[in-house]
Every structure is written in structure tokens, then in C-alpha cells.
Design a protein around this ligand. Structure first.
Ligand code: SF4
Length: 345
């Protein structure tokens, strides 16, 4: 929301100081989607704000929902005409997680990813990033008719379009807004930032937001394969990533989530499980690593999802090596909102 503009209008109109807090609470915490719905302010002020201040920094072009209503995807049109996507999922009853984008497109061009295929257009502003969460709060309030609180919209994950650490200045501002008690009021531990492995970004997160969760989109545990499918590895290889993670552990003592897409015939063999197990153990602090094995959602390229059996064998192998592992249920496939499927369409 255009907070600075809102503040200016309130001052110019001689409104008392508490008015700003009243409006922020209504918008950010109660999920109100129009000033006209805020009954605690005067009719004149409501009309003025409706005319002068935009609550969302983008237009909502479409919202798709899966048949069970538990996976939703929204397409937003930004002021320059570019488009981004954001996803709302309910993995547990009455709890919702928002997956947000940090860039329009992505320059990292991972071989299996629909976002990377469309190239990079620009960084999102902090407002465009946090407004995605604001939109979903409004949507839940309007469509589910229950009181929204952080107990309902429980988690925010920076795992949509883009690499968050390549837009750190704006991502940092958005993290401050999401954890600001007068704005979104999320607890830091309810937020996760996912990276393809940018060491200086990992360091900044550890120093500036040590309570925010870190997820690494690893997917391959050998430099040969990672170079082939994740070009960022040519710049920051697995050894550099290992050093960054050791430094992260020494600063935060926090758990790190290792995301591993299961790609049939590409990274799901016993040899791959051995490589992953060996690599993760070589980092140290094994008890602070948790591996998520993610079912791949096919997007029409040559990559195929691993079978359930193969994924279970892979999990067993890692667990026998003393690692903590979860197979992540794939949500969002029906609305093309699952991992690697966000393409701004
Ligand atoms: S997987 Fe993530 S880092 Fe890789 S191209 Fe897609 S959005 Fe970018």
C-alpha cells in the first residue's frame, strides 16, 4: 500500500496520529480491501482515501482455484504491464501458506523451471512483494468469511518467481514490513526465504534476520550435474555453498531446509542419494539440516517426476545415513502453481 502517501494525506487533513494506526490495522491485519469498509473513520476521509490512495500496487488479473479449494494461484499485472504470480496453499486444515515472487522472471535459468525459461525482466519493489501477501489476506477475508489472523495465514515463503537474494534491498524492506507489528505482524519464524545458493545473500540473512528460515534449492549434489541444470553453480559451486552454510550455522544455530526436486532419471538414483548424503554430512551440523524431497510437477519440458517408489527408496537411503527427511506432498499442480511452474501466465 502507498503508506507514505496515506501519511501525507492524513497530516494535510489534520487527522490525529492514531488514525494511521487505525487504518493500518484495518488494511494489514483485518484484511479490509477498500477504505470504504473501514467504519472507524469518517465518511469524508473514507471517500478521500478511496480517490487518492491505492491499496494494492497491481491489478489482479485472475485467480484460479483447485477443485478442493486448497490451492489458489493469482496473476497480477504490475503498473508497467509485466506480470507476476503468487500462490496460496493450505497444506493443513485452516492454515494457509503464501508463496510470493521477488522478481519478474528470473535470470538464473534453471533447466527444469518454467519461470527461468521466460528470462528476467526486473526486480519487484518491496511494496509489490508484500502486497502479494496483502492481496491473499483480502481474498481470504472476502471469500472465506472468517476473521483473518496470523493463526490462519500462517506462513510466507519467498519461493515464487525470482531469486530473492538477487533483489536483496527490496526483499529486506519487505521482510521488515512483514514482521512489523503495526503492519503484517508475522513472526520471523513463520517466514522462509528460499535461494538457489547465493553465498553473500545467505550471509546477509544470517546477520540481519537470523530468525527467518532459510531454504536452499539444492536439487543436485554434484557440481557436474548442478552446473548442467543450475547455471548459478558455475559461479557459486557446492564448496562455496558449503562454506556459506557453515558460516550460517555458526551465526544462527538455526535449522536449514534443503529442497530437492525428484527428477526421474536425472537426480533420483542411489548414486545421487549417496552424493547428497555425503555432501550434507560434510557440511557438519547434520541435526540442523532437514531435507524436503519434492515431487516435480511436469510443465511440458523433458523433465519427468520420479515415481513414488523411487522417492521412498531415496528417502530411506538418506534416513539410513542419519538425515532428517520429508516427502513433500505436491500442492498447487492443478492451478500450475507448484514449484517450478510459475511462468506469469
Ligand atoms: S528455480 Fe528458482 S532460481 Fe531457478 S530459474 Fe526458477 S525461479 Fe529462478
Amino acid at each position: 500500500m502507498q503508506i507514505e502517501k496515506l501519511k501525507k494525506i492524513l497530516i494535510e487533513n489534520g487527522e490525529p496520529k492514531f488514525r494511521l494506526s487505525q487504518i493500518k490495522k484495518a488494511i494489514y491485519q483485518d484484511g479490509v480491501s477498500a477504505f470504504s469498509e473501514i467504519s472507524t473513520i469518517s465518511k469524508n476521509l473514507r471517500e478521500l482515501l478511496e480517490k487518492e490512495v491505492e491499496i494494492l500496487s497491481f491489478e489482479v488479473e485472475k485467480v484460479l482455484a483447485s477443485k478442493d479449494g486448497l490451492s489458489l494461484k493469482a496473476l497480477f499485472k504490475l503498473v508497467d504491464g509485466s506480470r507476476i504470480e503468487s500462490v496460496l496453499l493450505s497444506p493443513i486444515e485452516n492454515k494457509w501458506s503464501v508463496c510470493i515472487s521477488s522478481q519478474v522472471g528470473c535470470q538464473l535459468n534453471c533447466g527444469f523451471c518454467a519461470t527461468g525459461k521466460n528470462g528476467f525482466q526486473r526486480n519487484l519493489t518491496a511494496e509489490e512483494i508484500s502486497d502479494q501477501v496483502l492481496f491473499w489476506r483480502q481474498h481470504l477475508q472476502k471469500n472465506f468469511k472468517f476473521k483473518i489472523s496470523n493463526l490462519k495465514l500462517t506462513n510466507v515463503v519467498y519461493m515464487g518467481m525470482g531469486e530473492p537474494f538477487l533483489n536483496w534491498d527490496e526483499v529486506r524492506k519487505s521482510l521488515k514490513d512483514l514482521t512489523d507489528k503495526d503492519l503484517f505482524a508475522f513472526g520471523s519464524r513463520s517466514i522462509s526465504v528460499s535461494t538457489a545458493g547465493i553465498p553473500d545473500g545467505i550471509q546477509k540473512l544470517a546477520e540481519e534476520f537470523p530468525q527467518i528460515n532459510l531454504a536452499i534449492s539444492l536439487h543436485f549434489a554434484s557440481d557436474v550435474k548442478r552446473n548442467q541444470f543450475m547455471p548459478i553453480n558455475k559461479k557459486y559451486n557446492l564448496e562455496e555453498l558449503k562454506m556459506a552454510l557453515r558460516d550460517y550455522f555458526s551465526k544462527t544455530k538455526r535449522q536449514v531446509f534443503i529442497e530437492y526436486l525428484m527428477l526421474s532419471g536425472i537426480n533420483d538414483s542411489e548414486e545421487d542419494a549417496y552424493a547428497l548424503s555425503t555432501y550434507l554430512k560434510s557440511i557438519g551440523n547434520r541435526q540442523l539440516l532437514h531435507v524436503n524431497l519434492i515431487a516435480y510437477n511436469e510443465t511440458g519440458n523433458s523433465f519427468k517426476a520420479s515415481s513414488g517408489n523411487k522417492t521412498h527408496l531415496f528417502k530411506n537411503y538418506l534416513e539410513n545415513g542419519g538425515l532428517s527427511v520429508t516427502i513433500r506432498k505436491s500442492l498447487g499442480q492443478e492451478v500450475s502453481g507448484a514449484c517450478g511452474q510459475l511462468a506469469g501466465k
